[in-house]
Design a binder for this molecule. Structure first.
Ligand code: ADP
Length: 369
């Protein structure tokens, strides 16, 4: 087993010497990391000088004794991900924040992709404040399992959706027949069945979209439509499904957007049903849209339980749910906000939340016009 790299060039200047020393100091740690198939790397954020362990080079598909520059490492990343990885690295360096990114790396030797997770950060000591360093791990197996799980969820949801769609159609047919017969009992009962079927369909659609989003497959079918009209439709649908809250529609000028109508509907349904789910029945929900410069901003405001500041950063992550006594009994998969964020991002829009614990939340998103 190799321990420390011996392919590091002699230092050329003070910073380079410090960089080399810093890297060599990791000698003992390297042995342990090497055995765990973990690569390490270090970069001088000022000069861009880059050093990496043999394991890092191998993980990026290079020979352990080859030179590996930062540019070469980037070129090994699958083409579609190169810009994203570069942007993440530069953002972390410029903002002095930590880096975590997952990306596929193409291995020409066996014409396959390997998934890597790359983490990084700055040291705290003054002497190394320009050194950005981190580790690289092979997460191919984990990724393959995730993809299998995602595919399975997609398949199951698809199979569940077919009979449910037929059920919904028959319920609507029966409902029309009951209306003709003026049979109020059957009309009432069927309306309750329809509500439950619609709720189930919406959950299944969420799961289907999740597996699509995870596979990077959110396809947009854009058309021009009035966002205000869509908001009215969604309010009506939400009232039918929850029938508990007063939804106040703040009047706004007619605004036409060019977007995927079904997907924006999904975003509105998610945000409105969350506003209802996480606030008590007697408190109103407000929905508004505003034309600002060259985009439209939609805001959904509730006076519910709100979200603590330290939960905000992860809120749009898949499967994330705030764990508090108040939220324990509220059912959910933690995928709604992730899907909203993915859909809005695909439209080149932005989504965010302003929230105060115990006071309420305002979820906002924008769409370019
Ligand atoms: P779900 O509601 O199914 O758990 P979401 O992805 O829609 O999943 O939301 C993620 C988490 O964000 C929720 O579990 C909840 O804790 C929090 N959240 C979402 N919307 C609101 C809201 N309007 N008010 C308070 N908390 C919210």
């Amino acid at each position: 087993m190799s321990n420390v790299d011996n392919d590091i060039n002699p230092p050329e200047n003070n910073n380079s010497e410090a960089l080399t020393t810093s890297f060599l100091e990791a000698d003992v740690a390297l042995v342990a990391l090497d055995s765990a198939n973990v690569g390490i790397w270090i970069m001088d954020a000022h000069s861009g000088e880059f050093r990496s362990s043999k394991r890092t080079k191998m993980l990026f598909g290079h020979e352990p004794d080859e030179e590996l520059s930062f540019e070469q490492a980037m070129q090994s990343v699958a083409e579609k991900h190169q810009k994203i990885v570069l942007k993440a690295v530069l953002t972390a360096i410029n903002n002095k924040t930590s880096l975590y990114i997952e990306c596929p790396v193409f291995l020409p030797s066996d014409q396959k992709h390997r998934w890597l997770s790359i983490t990084g950060g700055f040291g705290s000591a003054d002497t190394v404040d320009s050194f950005f360093s981190g580790i690289v791990i092979d997460i191919t197996k984990q990724k393959q399992n995730e993809m299998r799980r995602s595919k399975f969820i997609g398949m199951v949801s698809h199979e569940l959706k077919t009979p449910l769609t037929a059920l919904k159609a028959y319920v609507q047919l029966l409902s029309n027949w009951a209306k003709k017969q003026k049979d109020n009992f059957t009309i009432g009962a069927l309306s309750k069945v329809e509500r439950q079927v619609k709720k189930m369909l919406s959950m299944i659609n969420g799961l289907l979209s999740l597996s699509g989003a995870e596979a990077g497959k959110i396809h947009l079918t854009k058309q021009s439509f009035s966002i205000s009209e869509l908001m009215d439709e969604v309010i009506e649908e939400t009232m039918f499904l929850t029938s508990s809250h007063q939804i106040i529609r703040v009047p706004c000028e007619p605004i036409t957007v060019n977007a995927d109508r079904d997907k924006i509907e999904q975003v509105l349904v998610n945000l409105l049903s969350n506003a209802a789910k996480y606030s008590s029945k007697d408190l109103p929900i407000e929905i508004a849209c505003t034309h600002i410069n060259n985009f439209v901003e939609v805001a959904i405001k509730d006076q519910g339980m709100g979200i603590a500041a330290d939960n905000l950063a992860q809120l749009f992550d898949p499967h994330y749910r705030v764990e508090r006594v108040e939220t324990e009994k509220i059912a959910g998969f933690g995928i709604g906000l992730y899907l909203c964020a993915e859909i809005v991002k695909r439209h080149n829009g932005k989504i965010w939340v302003e929230s105060e614990l115990g006071i309420g939340s305002i979820f906002k998103f924008t769409l370019p016009l």
